[in-house]
Design a protein around this ligand. Sequence first.
Ligand SMILES: Cc1cc2nc3c(=O)[nH]c(=O)nc-3n(C[C@H](O)[C@H](O)[C@H](O)COP(=O)(O)OP(=O)(O)OC[C@H]3O[C@@H](n4cnc5c(N)ncnc54)[C@H](O)[C@@H]3O)c2cc1C
Ligand code: FES
Length: 273
Amino acid sequence: MMPGLENGKILDNRQVAGDWYVMDVAAPATARQCQPGQFLHIRPADNYDPLLRRPLSIYDVLPDSGLISLLYRVVGRGTSLLAKFAADEFINIMGPLGRGWSMPASAENLLLVGGGIGVAPLMYLARVARQRECRVRLLFGASEAAQLSGAARFEKIGVDVKRASMDGSLGYPGRVTDLLNDEIATDYARVYTCGPAPMMALVARWASTSGVWGEVSLEEHMACGVGACLGCVCQLDPFQPGYVKVCKDGPVFNVDQVRWMQQTPAGEVTGSE
Ligand SMILES: Cc1cc2nc3c(=O)[nH]c(=O)nc-3n(C[C@H](O)[C@H](O)[C@H](O)COP(=O)(O)OP(=O)(O)OC[C@H]3O[C@@H](n4cnc5c(N)ncnc54)[C@H](O)[C@@H]3O)c2cc1C
Ligand code: FES
């Protein structure tokens, strides 16, 4: 099936912290289809320069209002162009794309761990999980307090948020993964995480050593976004044959599918197990 294309009307595109922005788009046809953890492939200008779309996670959706929110960090040309869009302008979106999170059953106990802009695919997951009466705790880590302002959006729907900031300006001073020391993995039916790879590796190990089901959302450079160009292929486990297309087989994978690699002080690359 061809992915949907829609010209979404921008309702708001605001700076929320440093180089972080939230864009609200009215795109009713796309909003109806979105599943938590999927992504949209965005044309960052109203012409073909740059040629390639940019993948952004679906941050939040209000399907009945046809509203989609995106949380993005300006890192290069495409995202700089995105930040220039103003209310009432239109933006071309393709999607929803990819395999999103496996959804919880009703009333489960869930732990979400988001690092930096990696919190983006966790918000809509939290919203749907709360509609299913799940108890949801978010461990949210970022560089500084301003980036943690989005925690309020989670709290508004009844998520219990624990904050960590690397500069110590809000919440626990240090890495978000340190907050796992206060958690008991087996208290949770499911653990979901997105953020920098070393952070996800720690969360994945923490969950799988206790036999707790978990999923991670991976990032890879993308071109087509629909499984046609092989631009996003990667090996989830370098010790096993076979490649996946992150855009189509993911971006969400089970923690047991991924072997996280780490570098020894001598520069040798080893598996994390
Ligand atoms: C499935 C998926 C979901 C994503 N969701 C979000 C999101 O919700 N919010 C958000 O801010 N970002 C997200 N990203 C990353 C985002 O797509 C890139 O930051 C963006 O495409 C960069 O475009 P650019 O033209 O501004 O930067 P470029 O000029 O293309 O690159 C600038 C820098 O960013 C790096 N980069 C570019 N693309 C990627 C990528 N796909 N993954 C990792 N590094 C990249 C480049 O290596 C370079 O260092 C997601 C990526 C994927 C694959
Ligand atoms: S981006 Fe083209 S196959 Fe994934």
